[in-house]
Design a protein around this ligand. Structure first.
Ligand code: C2E
Ligand code: MG
Ligand code: MG
Length: 697
């Protein structure tokens, strides 16, 4: 023992004191002894507050009642062992004393027991102290575990849960008793893939630790974001005995983080992505398009006169308008496209992917249409039009910045061209697509808005100038663009299928007009109507003609249908059947634009037709072009040999008329006689008075 052993010896007999002291010293103990010989000395010592390693006391003390003395001592020095050193003591008495807390009893007659008794007592007291300390520590840990703010759970090596604390139950919703024996798999959220758990496991095995963010599921089903630390606890041999996991609930933090992230990437007013997010998406899309060799389009959109609305209605109204603009934009693009607000009244769209440049024009058309609806601002209807600039990857730029800049430039071009416009970065495409979109939008409404008209062009007997029939030719009277000729809208109508509705309208309007003339005693001769290939293909032609005739009451013999040669050739067998049914109804049939479609003679013979119309391209260069003249002669001869009526289209000059007459073509149609005229004018010029003959030159 390195330190002196401090001994309190309660002994009234000085001889005994010395004896004991000597005995202890001789035994090699390094001691420092104080004697209390009577009650007052003992009191003084107790009051002094000294600390003792061991207390030795005699039994019979003159002025001390040993029992109260002992209990005072034990109270005062609870940790210090007390050994009684005295003369003989009855066995019963000794046992009583031991029960009361005395450490040991040594007889003065046998002092040789004293040292071992002291050593044993010291040892016992040490053990007791340690045990108490460890109990205190353990109480401390339990309290810390239970009251920790972090959730804690401890598992066995197989991940079966052994312990959980209060915070665990608070964060995860599982009471301790319910979760013990189960594994953490219970609260998996499904938000992490296999790799995530695999790497967690790897880290635990190699480093004995894992820490990171994890998303788990509360007992109620709601998600909890956690910051989790797991440590493996190992025994001396290095094998895992437990895993201790501690986590804090960072859901609020993550939610804030998500909100901040959302705010950083979105426009608060419209909820659309902002410029930053748009750029990121555009860059990703370009990368993607490059790899897949696809196209994409960037549309830059700016509202015309927005500032004016803002100034006159106020900012709140302006904001409401922008929100509605955002809604309409979103409503007219696909889910995979992006609409973003760049700020102010500037928006940007990313169309990804597109297959042709016209796809971008189509979406633009839809957006322009969506803006035709007025906006409600402060209970008033206002019209807001956008200007849209379009650039297409890879043609107009290979990187985000260039595409952006070029769409912006195109937008300015669109704006300078006037309101409600759009422009592609490249001009030619703009023109084509513009017309396409404009016309397509407008064409849809043309019938409904009663913008279609029939013009009538006389077909005459060229020698006398007598009217023999009238060809109805379709015109579109656009409110802004004026009269649009069929060459500009018929191909589009055919492409979009609108030709069917238009054709039906032409039948109705044509037949009604002709019947109206007949009823009023005016005689236009036969009415010629043009039929497009699409109408024949659709299979409703016969029914539609029947209906138009029935509804108008026009006799079938007064109607002639012109079918182009090209189409008949293309759908030979099918056309013959349909033409035969029409013929069966008593309707006349003519082949329009004859000479351009390479009809075979044998085939021509099988067609139930009455008339050939020599295409104007052969008439145009008469009398200069010998080839055309030869063709005209041949067509005339062919027609006559088959007993068909022949009429020449596009007769503009007297020389053409003369040539045709000379070679046996008696009928003609063309500017020489009249341009196509609106019904009223046609009526005035050709029906209300005897037709004016053309003077033979
Ligand atoms: P088409 O049936 O061959 O009609 C003759 C075209 O020649 C008409 O053009 C007419 O205005 C034009 N024309 C008449 N005389 C002369 C002339 O002396 N010189 C020149 N250069 N041209 C002359 P339009 O009205 O522009 O019609 C063009 C084509 O559109 C028609 O060719 C026809 O194929 C089609 N079309 C017109 N109306 C209808 C319709 O109601 N339905 C269908 N399916 N097609 C129609
Ligand atoms: Mg025609
Ligand atoms: Mg023609």
């Amino acid at each position: 023992m390195s330190k002196k052993l401090r001994i309190l010896l309660i002994e009234d007999d000085p001889t005994d004191f010395r004896l004991i002291n000597r005995h202890l010293s001789r035994a090699g103990l390094d001691i420092e002894t104080r004697r209390a010989g009577n009650a007052s000395q003992l009191r003084a010592i107790l009051e002094n507050g000294d600390r003792w390693d061991i207390i030795l006391t005699d039994y019979a003390l003159p002025d001390i009642d040993i029992e109260t003395g002992l209990s005072r001592l034990m109270e005062r020095y609870p940790q210090t062992p007390i050994i009684m050193v005295s003369g003989t003591l009855g066995e019963e008495r000794a046992v009583e004393m031991l029960k009361a807390g005395l450490e040991d009893f040594v007889c003065k007659d046998n002092l040789s027991r004293l040292v071992p008794a002291i050593l044993r007592a010291l040892k016992n007291s040490e053990i007791r102290r340690e045990k108490e300390a460890s109990e205190a520590r353990s109480r401390m840990w339990t309290t810390a575990f239970e009251h920790a703010a972090v959730g804690i759970f401890i598992t066995d090596p197989d991940c079966r849960i052994l312990e959980t604390n209060r915070a665990f139950s608070q964060i995860m919703g599982y009471p301790h008793d319910e979760i013990v024996g189960r594994t953490p798999g219970v609260w998996k959220s499904g938000h992490h893939d296999r790799d995530f758990y695999q790497s967690m496991w790897n880290s635990l095995q190699t480093t004995g630790q894992w820490r990171g963010e994890i998303r788990n599921r509360h007992r109620s089903g709601k998600l909890v974001d956690q910051w989790l630390t797991i440590s493996a606890v190992k025994d001396d041999t290095g094998s895992v005995t437990h895993y201790v996991a501690m986590f804090s609930d960072i859901s609020r933090l993550k939610e804030t983080e998500r909100q901040l992230e959302y705010l950083a990437h979105h426009d608060i007013l419209t909820d659309l992505p902002n410029r930053m997010l748009f750029n990121t998406r555009l860059e990703q899309a370009i990368e993607h398009a490059r790899r897949r060799q696809t196209m994409l389009a960037v549309l830059f959109l700016d509202l015309d006169r927005f500032k004016h609305i803002n100034d006159s209605f106020g900012h709140a109204a302006g904001d409401a308008l922008l929100k509605e603009v955002a809604r309409r934009l979103r409503g007219n693009i696909r889910a995979e496209d992006t609409a973003a607000r760049l700020g102010g009244d500037e928006f940007c769209l990313l169309l990804d992917p597109i297959h042709t440049k016209e796809d971008a024009a189509t979406v633009t058309g839809k957006i322009l249409t969506a803006f035709q609806q007025p906006f409600r601002v402060e209970n008033q209807e206002v019209h807001v039009t956008p200007s849209i600039g379009i650039s297409v990857f890879p043609r107009d730029g290979k990187d985000a910045a260039t595409l952006f800049r070029n769409a912006d430039a195109a937008m300015y071009q669109a704006k300078s061209q006037g309101s409600n416009g759009f422009a592609f970065y490249s001009k030619t495409l703009t023109d084509r697509a513009f017309e396409q979109v404009m016309l397509e939008n407008a064409l849809h409404k043309a019938i409904q808005n009663r913008e279609l008209r029939l013009y009538f062009q006389p077909q005459v007997e060229m020698r006398t100038g007598k009217l023999i029939s009238a060809e109805a030719l379709l015109r579109w009277e656009h409110p802004d663009m004026g009269i649009i000729p069929p060459s500009r809208f018929i191909p589009l109508a055919e492409e979009t299928g609108l030709i069917l509705a238009m054709g039906a309208w032409v039948f109705q309007a044509g037949c009604l007009q002709a019947k109206n003339w007949l009823d009023r005693g005016l005689h236009p001769g036969r009415l010629s109507l043009n039929v497009s290939g699409a109408q024949i293909r659709q299979g409703k032609l016969v029914a539609e003609v029947e209906r138009a005739l029935a509804e108008s009451g026009l006799p079938p013999a007064s109607l002639e249908l012109e079918v182009t040669e090209g189409f008949i050739m293309e759908k030979a067998e099918h056309s013959i059947e349909i033409l035969e049914r029409l013929r069966g109804m008593g309707v006349s049939l003519a082949i329009d634009d004859f000479g351009t479609g390479y009809s075979s003679l044998s085939y021509l013979k099988r067609l139930p037709i009455q008339r050939l119309k020599i295409d104007q391209s052969f008439v145009r260069d008469i009398p200069g072009d010998p080839d055309d003249m030869a063709i005209c002669r041949a067509v005339i001869a062919l027609g006559r040999s088959m007993g068909l009526d022949i009429i020449a289209e596009g007769v503009e000059t007297g020389a053409q008329r003369r040539f045709l007459l000379e070679h046996g073509c008696h009928n003609g149609q063309g500017f020489l006689f009249s341009r196509p005229l609106p019904a009223l004018e046609f009526e005035r010029k050709w029906l209300s008075r005897p037709p004016q003959g053309i003077e033979a030159p």
